[in-house]
Ligand binder design. Structure first.
Ligand SMILES: NC(=O)c1ccc[n+]([C@@H]2O[C@H](COP(=O)([O-])OP(=O)(O)OC[C@H]3O[C@@H](n4cnc5c(N)ncnc54)[C@H](O)[C@@H]3O)[C@@H](O)[C@H]2O)c1
Length: 236
């Protein structure tokens, strides 16, 4: 069922720290894997290891959800899946539009993980009129001129931007004016948005640069100067 755009996840209003919110999807992914294997309960240590988090942090995070587990038994997997999904707002349907249906937009549209996590792709939009009507992941690409009507008709609150960087701000402004309040930006540019609009940025090249930094440091550690100095690097 579509939701009104005034609806915001309960997490912030309930005072759960952003760092905890950012770890909830990691727990959920690990718990979903356990659930698929019909594992009924899990200890905080096992779950922490599966999620790549330290177990004291996990227990603290779960205390914000009011979930303490049972001593000697651990946490009920199904109940935790439900609790975390509810906390993240995933027990309801979130219609999403993807703007820019080139290489990346088409790959995102074809990603099955959206639907299984409650994100329904309501429409695919592109400015290239020659793409209009073409089927991508079973959905027809719609022209960007239809953006406002599509957002209103489907009560879309989340927009995904996969346009070139130069078009991203203009697309953002249109999405926001149409009523979208959350944006996932894949374009390599900083977006400005009014208060009340959340932007998350995904940038694989930045992640690769961070890995390159660590690689360089590892290589530097193996190549110490005779006096013990390591080549100067920026702090992490
Ligand atoms: N974040 C990441 O990790 C990551 C990875 C790959 C690509 N990217 C970025 O994603 C974006 C898309 O990359 P791509 O390879 O798919 O490019 P692409 O050229 O294949 O696709 C871009 C699409 O956007 C459309 N478009 C252009 N202006 C538009 C507008 N105003 N409104 C709607 N649609 C518009 C184009 O018609 C085209 O179909 C680029 O900004 C790229 O840098 C990010």
């Amino acid at each position: 069922m579509a939701t009104g755009r005034s609806h915001r996840p309960a997490t912030r209003s309930r005072g759960i720290p952003e760092a905890t919110v950012a770890r909830l999807p990691l727990y959920l992914r690990a718990l979903t894997a356990l659930s698929e294997r019909s594992v009924p309960t899990v200890s905080s240590e096992e779950l922490a290891a599966a999620a790549g988090v330290n177990s004291a942090k996990l227990r603290k995070d779960f205390s914000y959800l009011g979930s303490y587990g049972t001593r000697g038994v651990g946490y009920d997997v199904e109940y935790l899946v439900y609790q975390i999904s509810r906390e993240l707002g995933l027990t309801q349907d979130w219609p999403v539009v993807i703007v820019g249906i080139g290489n990346l937009g088409a790959a995102l549209a074809n990603y099955g993980g959206f639907a299984s996590r409650g994100f329904r792709v309501a429409a695919l939009l592109d400015a290239d009129a020659s793409l209009a009507g073409r089927l991508v992941a079973g959905l027809p690409v719609r022209h960007i001129d239809e953006l406002e009507a599509i957002v209103a008709d489907n009560q879309v609150s989340i927009g995904v931007i996969a346009t070139p960087a130069g078009a991203a701000q203009e697309v953002t402004d249109r999405l926001v004016n149409a009523g979208v309040t959350s944006i996932l930006n894949f374009a390599p540019t900083v977006l400005s948005v009014p208060d009340g609009v959340d932007v998350r940025k995904v940038d694989l090249s930045i992640e690769l640069q961070i890995l390159a930094f660590h690689e360089q440091r590892k290589a530097g550690e193996g190549r110490q100067e005779p006096d013990g100095d390591v080549p100067a690097v920026m702090p992490a």
